[in-house]
Design a protein around this ligand. Structure first.
Ligand SMILES: Nc1ncnc2c1ncn2[C@@H]1O[C@H](COP(=O)(O)OP(=O)(O)OP(=O)(O)O)[C@@H](O)[C@H]1O
Length: 258
């Protein structure tokens, strides 16, 4: 197990016209404890994916450092599993090949990778679909495969970028409960980006709301209600209101200027 520490992490990108840079993420400090489930909310374009990509090692921060298990992140690594919004499965590979892919890249033998891939497909409830191709699966099933693939190399950290955004409401809820079960069972330190207040309330031990771009931490809420949570339960009303207000305040200036 490992935690994640971001110290003074910021990111600037070149402006689209090539003249100078703009700040996508303001200097940010976040400490995610071992086994903790953190959800990050914020308006579109505030730097959520950028933050996650920096933790994943896909992007280098302009300032600051990220430590995973006390070690600096410089590039992607097998101790960090990533789940993309749009499944990102290889359509020409069977489901089991997709899940075994990361293991094979790590030098695990074909037979061992297949055994592990089978175990993880079982964990996400997809035994029996090993030889199917992604185009035969529903959106929810594809996302289960993507989660199994992220888990297969045995990461300490799970990073998920709006993993359920493309799913219908019912499948989304079922997947949230499933993810929570897996996360609790495997005690993975988890950071999940979402646009959904409800999703954050259902899943998170702690919710971090970022401001409009350049993102900075606007609000942190610890949720200590026992799982499983109903975001519409009256006990969640105040929390829900605070989260809503924090996000609405960030969106309001756009409307106000009109
Ligand atoms: N590689 C890149 N090069 C240039 N600009 C980028 C790059 N990646 C992100 N940006 C810009 O940085 C800003 C933050 O983007 P980011 O994708 O992190 O936001 P986000 O909060 O995840 O947005 P959304 O909720 O819409 O997915 C945006 O203005 C985006 O266009």
């Amino acid at each position: 197990m490992a935690g994640v520490t971001l110290s003074n992490v910021s990111k600037s990108f070149p402006k689209p016209d090539g003249k100078g840079t703009f700040v996508a993420l303001s200097p940010t400090d976040i400490e995610v404890k071992e086994g903790e489930f953190v959800c990050i909310l914020g308006p579109s374009g505030c730097g959520k994916t950028t933050l996650l990509n920096i933790v994943a090692g896909f992007e280098t921060p302009t300032t600051g450092t990220v430590l995973v298990g006390g070690k600096p992140v410089r590039k992607p690594g097998p101790e960090r599993g990533y789940v993309f919004q749009e499944y990102a499965l290889f359509p020409w590979m069977t489901i089991i090949e997709n899940v075994a892919f990361g293991l094979r890249n790590l030098g695990v033998s074909g037979a061992e990778a297949a055994t592990k891939a089978r175990d993880y497909l079982k964990l996400v409830g997809l035994s029996g679909f090993e030889q199917s191709y992604p185009n035969r699966l529903s959106g929810g099933m594809k996302q289960r495969v993507a989660i199994a693939r992220a888990l297969a190399p045995g990461p300490d950290i799970l990073l998920l970028d709006e993993p359920f955004a493309a799913l219908d409401a019912q499948t989304r809820y079922l997947m949230q409960i499933e993810l929570l079960r897996i996360q609790r069972e495997a005690r993975k330190t988890t950071i999940l980006i979402t646009h959904s207040l409800e999703e954050a309330i259902v899943l998170a031990d702690r919710v971090i709301v970022l401001s409009a771009r350049p993102g900075r931490i606007k609000l942190i809420e610890t949720i200590d209600h026992p799982h499983t949570r109903n975001p519409n339960d009256p006990s969640m009303t105040e929390l829900r209101y605070r989260l809503f207000q924090a996000i609405a305040d960030e969106i309001a200036p756009v409307g106000a200027a009109a």
